[in-house]
Write a protein that binds this ligand. Structure first.
Ligand code: PMV
Length: 353
C-alpha cells in the first residue's frame, strides 16, 4: 500500500461561472463535445467549495462523502456530486480510502435561474486536484494543474472545463487552434483586443424557475436533431470568425456571431424531437428591445442566452454608462423582481485555503 504524504487536510477554491459565445450543444461519451466552444470567464458569479479530507486505510469502499450546500444538506445536488466523485476513483485511487466533507456556496441567489454547474463543478475539480497533490506529495506546475482540473471539471459538466481559466477559454478540438482538445479547455487571451478583456455581462433574470428540460436531456436530443451536422460545421466556422473579430476589434462581427449562436441554440431546441422552448415572452421582448436600441443609437450592445430564458447583456466598458441608463429604464421592468446580476470578464479561480 502506498502511504499518503498527508493523511488529512482542507482545501477551499473559488471558481467562476462562464458564458459561452460559441456554444457547446451536443456530446458523445464521455462528455466529449460535438463541436468546439469559446466562453468569457465571469467574475462575480462564482462558487466557493471547501473540502476537508481524511485518509483512512481501513476504509476500502470509499469515498464517504458528506455534502452541504450553504450549510444545509441538499440531497438532489448531493446525488450528482457523489456520482461524479465516485466516477473519479480510477483517476484518484486514494478516493476509495477517503472521507470527504464538502461545503459549497454560490455568490448568486440559488433561485436566480443561473446555471451553477460550471462554477460548482470547476470549484470541486480544483479542490480534488489540490487534494491529489497533497495526498500524492506532488506539486504540479500551474499549467499542468489547470489542465488536469479542466479535464476533471469536464467530466462533471462540460462547460465547467472552461471555468478554470482567466479571460477566455476554448474547449474542443479545432484545427486552427493549436493545443485545443476535446478533453480539456485552454486559455485563449492571446492577441485578443483589450476591449474584450473587461467586457460586461449583465445577467437579466427573466425567470428564476428551474428549466423544464435540463441540459443533459438537451444534449441527448441533439442525437436525432436533423440539423445537427450543419450546426457542428457552423460552430467550427463561428469559432474561427469570432476569434478573428476579437483580435481585430471588429465589434459588429463579434455581435453578429454571438447573437447568431444564441438564436441557433434555441432554434435547435425547437427543432428537436420532441421540440421545446426555454425562452419566455419577456426573453423575446428583451431581445427586441436590445436590437431596437442598438439600431437607434449605434451602441455596441448584444445579447446571448444559455439553455434557459435569462438574457446575458454583453457590451464593452467604454459604453457602460449609456448602456446602464438604457438597461435600468428599458430592460429592468422585463426582469423577474427587477433582478439583474452585474458581471464582467474575470481572472479565473482562486485558491482560498
Ligand atoms: O455544461 P452543460 O452540460 O451544462 O452544457 C452547457 C451548454 C450551454 O451552456 C448551453 C452552452 C455552453 O457552451 O456553455
Amino acid at each position: 500500500m502506498i502511504l499518503p504524504a498527508n493523511d488529512s487536510g482542507a482545501v477551499k477554491w473559488q471558481s467562476p461561472s462562464n458564458i459561452a459565445l460559441v456554444k457547446y450543444w451536443g456530446k458523445r461519451p464521455i462528455q466529449i463535445p460535438q463541436n468546439p466552444s469559446i466562453s468569457f470567464t465571469l467574475s462575480n458569479a462564482f462558487t466557493q467549495t471547501s473540502i476537508d479530507y481524511r485518509y483512512d486505510h481501513m476504509l476500502k469502499d470509499g469515498p464517504k462523502i458528506d455534502f452541504y450546500f450553504e450549510g444545509k444538506e441538499k440531497p438532489a445536488f448531493a446525488k450528482r456530486i457523489i456520482r461524479f466523485i465516485e466516477s473519479l476513483k480510477d483517476t484518484f485511487t486514494w478516493l476509495s480510502h477517503c472521507h470527504l466533507h464538502i461545503d459549497s456556496t454560490n455568490s448568486f441567489p440559488h433561485s436566480s435561474g443561473i446555471a451553477s454547474s460550471a462554477s460548482a463543478m470547476s470549484a470541486l475539480a480544483l479542490g480534488l486536484c489540490d487534494i491529489a497533490q497533497q495526498i500524492e506529495g506532488k506539486v504540479w506546475e500551474e499549467t499542468v494543474f489547470l489542465q488536469k482540473a479542466s479535464n476533471i471539471a469536464r467530466l462533471g459538466s462540460g462547460s465547467a472545463s472552461r471555468s478554470v481559466y482567466p479571460d477566455l477559454a476554448i474547449w474542443g478540438t479545432h484545427h486552427s487552434f493549436q493545443g485545443s482538445s476535446d478533453n480539456y479547455a485552454m486559455q485563449y487571451s492571446h492577441d485578443i483586443h483589450e476591449r474584450f478583456l473587461d467586457f460586461h455581462d449583465d445577467i437579466l433574470i427573466i425567470s428564476p424557475k428551474e428549466k423544464s428540460v435540463s441540459s443533459t436531456i438537451g444534449h441527448q436530443l441533439m442525437e436525432n436533431n436533423p440539423y445537427a451536422a450543419t450546426r457542428y460545421d457552423q460552430a467550427h466556422k463561428n469559432l474561427e470568425e469570432i476569434v478573428q473579430a476579437m483580435k481585430a476589434n471588429d465589434m459588429d462581427s463579434f455581435g453578429r456571431i454571438v447573437e447568431e449562436e444564441a438564436m441557433t441554440l434555441h432554434a435547435l431546441m425547437m427543432a428537436s424531437k420532441p421540440g421545446y422552448m426555454l425562452m419566455q415572452p419577456n426573453t423575446i421582448a428583451a431581445i427586441n428591445t436590445i436590437r431596437a436600441y442598438r439600431e437607434k443609437t449605434g451602441t455596441p450592445v448584444y445579447f446571448t442566452l444559455d439553455a434557459g430564458p435569462n438574457i446575458h447583456l454583453l457590451y464593452p466598458n467604454d459604453v457602460a454608462k449609456n448602456v446602464h441608463a438604457f438597461r435600468e429604464s428599458s430592460l429592468k421592468p422585463l426582469c423577474y423582481n427587477h433582478t439583474i446580476i452585474e458581471d464582467h470578464v474575470g481572472k479565473g479561480p482562486k485558491k482560498l485555503v
